[in-house]
Design a protein. Structure first.
Length: 739
């Protein structure tokens, strides 16, 4: 996934999460609200029920009292006596007035009024035997709102009159005005048609209400619907809730009182009722917001931490600690983007210093590191915008340069070489750096980078092997050769078991005597099909794998056995030299093994000589001398092979116990140019001074032979006299000698 896509994905992930959590929260707060609202209604219902009870208790109490009074006055005949009783009980009850109505319909009240009530509803009801409660009646004496209670007076089962009591509405009002809901709540009693029975003194209630519907309608237009609901409840004599508006929203709880068509209405502002639930909901909101903030903060922190870690990892992976430049990993990454994606013509170049190890040893690691940093700066300075460079391990660098024509790459390599050689060497170092380049021209854009680097490295190795030159371009032949080598290397061990290795002998002749004075044993690989594989090909491979030790030991043993046979045949024995690979020098134990093989064969030690190549002597100087001394002590003659190829100084000959020096073929070839001749002469002189015998290798022509003879070279080996040959042929040579 690309970076942009990843970001969009992350953002949408967070948004979805937010939406879901807000949704869940809304749902939860609604559930909570409903739950709390239910609780609020329950409270209101509770208060309302309480009020109903109070009102019922007040009125039934009064009616019971009235019935008792009726019983008391039933036996009395005299109006005056009745009035006395009424006067007496009036003081005990809170009625405004009481009265007695006889069967004539004339009322006699405790305030000494007499009037005809025969047309009044309460009279007509009670004279029929009912206990009656009137609706609101305006007292004609003072205009006060009252309720009239009446009950029949029975004597011997006959109704002889009624008792009436005038009840002040104000008293009910007082009872109901007991504060509820912190003074925010109030209570009305209304009739089914909405007309007021008892209103409230609470200042937030409807003032001067005569009909609740009218008051509601006047208070707020929104109430129209509520009125309908309310009417519905009243008509069906039901208990229920409505919410209406009088400036603010208010709950109204309606309960039938069970007296006339009266209903008790308890009112409380929605806000008040919901203040607790709102408080809880607000707290919940707060907790939610805090949670969301905390989650977001944590998410952001995790995100940042991840980014930081990723950056750190990338730095570790992509930034070279030493040069602060690109690592190989970064190089590969950039290569894909800058070259592959754009299909530009480009060359992949690997380079290192020919002698970086030496720089570290001569000038110290700090200087070595500085050189690496300087090289990085040079490479980077030579990279265009679409080009890349990076460092692998030690002094191995990689670059990818673009080109129009391939020649440009060569020019740029030379320019970089120039800069590395001249710009960055500290003055204290009188040392010139030698960068070596391997070039691979990229053909396709889907190639394996690793494989391309390998190809460039292959070309690079060629420059190194040849020991001069600055760069080489990879060719397929290089790879084929590598493949061949790989195949050979894989086959060597099998070939050994299959007895495909045989020993050839190349005779050596005395320069003056021209007689056979010795021979060199040279291993040959003869394939089952008769094809010969050159030791120049397989010996380096065997050296690489270490198999050469086995091979050398085999040759050594074969030579010992051959000498034994020749001795037994009574042939004139000459010493035969055997090559010892540098790999033996790592492990001195071979000496004992060789000695044992020799002793087992019973061949005198002077019949076997050992050749050690000069270049091997450079490496482990002290250990090598120890090994050579040990061999010497045992009685082996030691030959220094390939003298002149390993850059060893003549002075070295003084410290190394060498008996015979083999002048390399390259010297012999150069004998005819003046400088070459001078060198050979000097070497010969030096060897003579050190009492070291000299054998010339690779002598092919008579001129070479004559020259070597003239300067007193002791022994001659080369095609001029004889090529390496199989055992039986060499036997013939020996036979000829003895003839
Ligand atoms: P070397 O030890 O320097 O052996 C001499 C090489 O020069 C031999 O090549 C020989 O055939 C060749 N030679 C001799 N005279 C002439 C001449 O007049 N002209 C030319 N052009 N070449 C001449 P060869 O046999 O191919 O061996 C190559 C190298 O392989 C040897 O070089 C040696 O380093 C290695 N080698 C051969 N046999 C063994 C062995 O048994 N053990 C080890 N460790 N290395 C061996
Ligand atoms: Ca040799
Ligand atoms: Ca040689």
């Amino acid at each position: 996934m690309g970076k942009g896509k990843q970001r969009v994905f992350k953002a949408s992930y967070i948004i979805v999460l937010l939406i879901v959590s807000v949704g869940v929260f809304m749902w939860y707060s609604n559930v909570l609200k409903d739950e709390l609202r239910g609780l609020v209604r329950d409270t209101l219902k509770e208060v309302s029920n309480q009020n109903v009870l109070v009102v019922q208790k007040e009125i039934t109490g009064d009616l019971n009292a009235l019935a008792e009074i009726a019983d008391r006055i039933a036996p009395l005949q005299d109006t005056e006596e009745i009035m006395e009783v009424l006067d007496e009980v009036l003081i005990r009850y809170s009625f405004k007035r009481m009265g007695y109505v006889g069967s004539d319909g004339m009322a006699h009240t405790t305030d000494r009024l007499s009037f005809d009530v025969s047309n009044n509803a309460y009279y007509q009801a009670s004279i029929q035997g009912e206990t009656y409660i009137s609706d609101i009646v305006i007292d004609w004496t003072d205009g006060e709102e009252t309720i009239i209670f009446s009950t029949p007076i029975k004597s011997n089962g006959e109704i002889i009159g009624i008792v009436i009591a005038t009840y002040r509405v104000e008293s009910l009002k007082e009872i109901l005005s007991v504060t509820s809901f912190d003074g925010e709540g109030y209570t009305y009693i209304i009739q089914r048609d909405g007309s007021k029975v008892v209103d409230s003194i609470n200042p937030t209630s409807f003032q001067n209400m005569t009909n609740i519907f009218t008051s509601m309608e006047e208070a707020d237009k929104r109430n129209t619907k509520v009125i309908r609901e309310l009417k519905h409840l009243l008509e069906n004599n039901q208990t229920g809730f409505v919410i209406f508006y009088n400036i603010i929203g208010k709950y109204m709880y309606i309960t039938p009182l069970g007296i006339n068509d009266w209903f008790l209405i308890d009112v409380v502002p929605v806000d008040f009722m919901e203040s607790t639930s709102n408080y809880i909901i607000q707290r919940t909101y707060l907790v939610f917001v805090v949670l969301v903030v905390v989650c977001v903060v944590i998410a952001v922190m995790i995100f940042w931490e991840e980014r930081r870690k990723k950056k750190e990892m990338q730095n570790l992976l992509y930034v070279d600690e030493l040069t602060k430049g690109n690592t190989l990993a970064k190089f590969k990454l950039d290569l894909k983007q800058k070259i592959f994606d754009k299909h530009n013509s480009a060359a992949l170049i690997v380079l290192d210093l020919d002698d970086f190890k030496l720089i570290n040893e001569l000038f110290g690691y700090d200087e070595g590191n500085k050189v690496l940093c300087d090289i990085w700066t040079t490479l980077q300075g030579n990279c265009g915008k679409e080009e890349v460079a990076g460092r692998g391990i030690a002094d191995h660098f990689v670059m990818c340069l673009q080109y129009g024509k391939k020649k440009e790459i060569e020019e740029r390599i030379l320019k970089i070489t120039e800069e590395i050689q001249h710009c960055f060497m500290p003055k204290s170092m009188e040392y010139i750096l030698h960068p070596v380049f391997g070039v691979y021209y990229m053909e396709q854009y889907d190639e394996d980078i690793e494989a391309m680097i390998d190809c460039a490295t292959l070309a690079h190795n060629h420059v190194k092997q040849e020991r001069n030159g600055i760069y080489k371009v990879y060719t397929d032949v290089m790879k084929e050769r590598i493949l061949e080598k790989k195949q050979l290397s894989d086959q060597i061990e099998h070939a050994y078991k299959n007895h495909e290795f045989i020993v050839y002998y190349q005779p050596k002749y005395g320069s003056k005597s021209q007689r056979l004075v010795g021979a060199e044993a040279l291993v040959r690989w003869r394939r089952p099909n008769g094809q010969m594989v050159s030791p120049g090909l397989f010996i380096p491979l065997a050296e690489e794998s270490g198999f050469v030790r086995k091979l050398d030991e085999y040759v050594f043993k074969e030579v010992c056995l051959a000498q034994r046979r020749w001795m037994d045949k009574g042939l004139p024995i000459v010493p035969i030299s055997v090559n010892i690979s540098r790999r033996h020098l790592e492990n001195p134990e071979f000496i004992d093994e060789y000695k044992k093989i020799l002793d087992d064969s019973g061949v005198p030690i002077e019949y076997i000589q050992l050749e050690i190549t000069e270049s091997a002597m450079l490496d482990e100087h002290e250990e090598l001398i120890a090994i050579m001394e040990r061999l010497h002590q045992l009685g082996f003659i030691i030959l220094m092979d390939d003298f002149g190829t390993g850059y060893s100084s003549l002075m070295m000959l003084k410290s190394v116990p060498v008996d015979i020096m083999k002048l390399d073929k390259s010297f012999v070839d150069d004998y005819d140019d003046e400088r070459g001749e001078q060198i050979i002469r000097r070497v010969m002189q030096m060897a003579k001074d050190l009492k070291i015998e000299v054998t010339a290798e690779g002598v092919e022509t008579e001129d070479q032979y004559e020259f070597l003879k003239s300067i007193n070279c002791d022994t001659i080996q080369g095609y001029y006299f004889a090529r390496p040959m199989p055992e039986d042929e060499f036997e013939k040579c020996m036979n000829e000698e003895s003839a």
